[in-house]
Design a protein around this ligand. Structure first.
Ligand SMILES: NC(=O)c1ccc[n+]([C@@H]2O[C@H](COP(=O)([O-])OP(=O)(O)OC[C@H]3O[C@@H](n4cnc5c(N)ncnc54)[C@H](OP(=O)(O)O)[C@@H]3O)[C@@H](O)[C@H]2O)c1
Length: 393
C-alpha cells in the first residue's frame, strides 16, 4: 500500500509542481526536506518556478512539457546536477521513475497519461487531477485495482469523504453530501452573470486556486466534475451523491450512514490540509494551515444549489447517467470553453452552451481503452473549438 516506513525517506514526484496544488505540495515537502527524496518535478511552461523548486529540492529530473523551453530550463539548472528533459513524453517518463508517492496535480486531461503511468507502478497516487477520472473513470479505476495502486484524493471534498468513509462496511453508507462554496456568483442573477470578466470569475471567495478550477467553481461545473469523481472513487451511484452549497467552506463534505449518523470533516479552507493528509497518510503531518476557530467562524449555512442559474451541475449529472463517452466529452468541451472564456473569445454563459451543444452533437460511444478516450477527447475538443469560433446554435 505504499505506506511510509518509520525513518525511511519517502521518494516523491510532483506532476504539475508549479501550479497551485503543486506549489503547496512543494511547500509542505520543503518544511521537512530530510523526510523526502525527490524523483521528479514537472511543469508545462513555467521555467522560472520549476527551476527555483529544482534548485531548492534537487530532484533527479526536472521536466518542462513545452519542448521549445528545454534550453531555457537546461541553462537555469546548469551546474546543479539535476537532469533536464522536455516534451509530453518526458512528463510520462517522469511519472514512471521509482517514486513511491506521486502527486498528480497537472490540470485537465493532459494529466491522464502521466497519472496512469504512475498508477501502473502500483504506488500511492495523491490525486488532485479530477479531470482524469471524469474523462476515463472506469479505465482508471480498473488500472488502479489491477496494479495494486492506492489513490488518495486531494480535492478537499473527496479527502473529507475519504477520512470518514467506512470502506470496511460500505453497505452502511447511505449517501455522500458534497459541499460547494457556490463560487463568486453564488447569489448573482443570470443577467448579471452574462457580463462577468475572467478576473471576476477567477476571484474565488474562499479558496486560492488555479485559473481553470476557479472558473469551474464559478460555473459550478467543478461540483459536477466532483460528483463524477466521487462516483468513481467511492463506488456510489449518482443519485446517492448530493450537493449542498456551504458558502463558508468549513464543512468539507459529509457521509450519511444507514443509522442516520452524518460524519463530516471540518477545517479552514486551505489546500495544505488535504495535501498533507495525502502526503502523510496513513499518518498525519503538521501543517501551517490556520486552525479552525468555530467561535469566530460565525454562522455555518447550507443552501440548495440552484439548477436554473447553474446548469453545469445538471449537465455533469446527465453525462454521468448517460454513461459511455459522455463524461469524456463533457470534460474536453469544458476545458476548451473555459480556455476560450479566459482568452475573452466567449462570454461566461457561453461555457455551459459550448459544453451542452458538444454533448448533443457527438455520439456517446463507450471508450474501452486509453486510446479510445484520447480519440473521443480530441473529437470533442475539435467540435467545441468550432463552436467557439463560429458561435453556438
Ligand atoms: N488549486 C486547488 O486548490 C485545487 C483544489 C482541488 C483540486 N484541484 C485540481 O488539481 C489540479 C491542478 O489544479 P491547480 O489549481 O493546481 O492548477 P494550476 O495552478 O493551473 O496548475 C496546473 C499545473 O499543471 C501544469 N500543466 C498544465 N498543463 C499541462 C500540460 N499540458 N502538460 C503538463 N503539465 C501541465 C502547470 O504547469 P505551468 O505552471 O508551467 O503552466 C502547473 O504545474 C486540477 O485538476 C484541479 O481541478 C485543485
Amino acid at each position: 500500500m505504499g505506506h511510509i516506513l518509520a525513518g525511511a525517506k519517502r521518494r516523491v514526484t510532483v506532476l504539475g509542481s508549479t501550479g497551485s496544488v503543486g506549489s503547496n505540495t512543494v511547500g509542505l515537502i520543503s518544511l521537512e526536506p530530510e523526510k523526502y527524496e525527490i524523483e521528479a518535478l514537472t511543469a508545462r511552461r513555467n521555467v522560472t518556478v520549476l527551476a527555483e523548486q529544482a534548485r531548492r529540492l534537487r530532484p533527479q529530473l526536472a521536466v518542462i512539457a513545452e519542448p521549445s523551453l528545454y534550453g531555457e530550463l537546461r541553462d537555469a539548472l546548469a551546474g546543479t546536477g539535476v537532469e533536464v528533459a522536455a516534451g509530453p513524453k518526458a512528463v510520462i517518463e517522469a511519472a514512471m521513475l521509482p517514486a513511491d508517492w506521486v502527486m498528480a496535480a497537472i490540470v485537465g486531461a493532459a494529466g491522464l497519461e502521466p497519472t496512469l503511468a504512475a498508477a501502473r507502478r502500483g504506488i500511492t497516487v495523491a490525486f488532485a487531477n479530477k479531470e482524469c477520472l471524469v474523462c476515463a473513470g472506469p479505465i482508471m479505476m480498473d488500472l488502479v485495482r489491477d496494479h495494486g495502486a492506492t489513490l488518495l484524493p486531494v480535492d478537499s471534498e473527496h479527502s473529507a469523504i475519504f477520512q470518514v468513509f467506512d470502506f470496511e462496511r460500505r453497505e452502511t453508507v447511505e449517501r455522500l453530501i458534497l459541499t460547494a462554496s457556490g463560487g463568486p456568483f453564488r447569489s448573482w442573477t443570470r443577467e448579471q452573470m452574462a457580463t462577468v470578466t475572467p478576473a471576476q470569475a477567477v476571484a474565488h471567495p474562499t479558496w486560492d486556486m488555479g485559473a481553470k478550477i476557479s472558473v469551474d467553481s464559478a460555473t459550478m461545473m467543478n461540483k459536477g466534475l466532483e460528483i463524477i469523481e466521487a462516483h468513481f472513487l467511492f463506488g456510489m451511484p449518482h443519485d446517492k451523491i448530493d450537493v449542498l452549497v456551504h458558502p463558508q467552506s468549513v464543512v468539507h463534505s459529509m457521509v450519511e450512514y444507514v443509522d442516520g449518523s452524518v460524519l463530516a470533516q471540518l477545517g479552514t479552507p486551505d489546500m495544505r490540509t488535504p495535501i498533507a493528509y495525502a502526503l502523510g497518510w496513513p499518518s498525519r503531518i503538521r501543517t501551517p494551515a490556520q486552525r479552525l476557530d468555530l467561535l469566530s467562524t460565525g454562522e455555518l449555512s447550507f443552501l440548495c444549489p440552484d439548477p436554473e442559474r447553474f446548469p453545469a451541475l445538471r449537465l455533469a449529472r446527465q453525462a454521468l447517467q448517460s454513461g459511455g463517452g459522455a463524461s469524456t466529452i463533457l470534460n474536453a468541451a469544458n476545458e476548451i470553453a473555459v480556455d476560450a472564456f479566459l482568452n475573452r473569445q466567449i462570454g461566461f454563459l457561453d461555457i455551459e452552451r459550448v459544453v451542452e451543444e458538444t454533448l448533443m452533437a457527438l455520439p456517446h460511444d463507450q471508450p474501452r481503452t486509453v486510446d479510445d478516450v484520447m480519440a473521443i477527447d480530441s473529437a470533442a475538443r475539435r467540435k467545441a473549438s468550432d463552436m467557439v469560433r463560429h458561435g453556438t446554435r
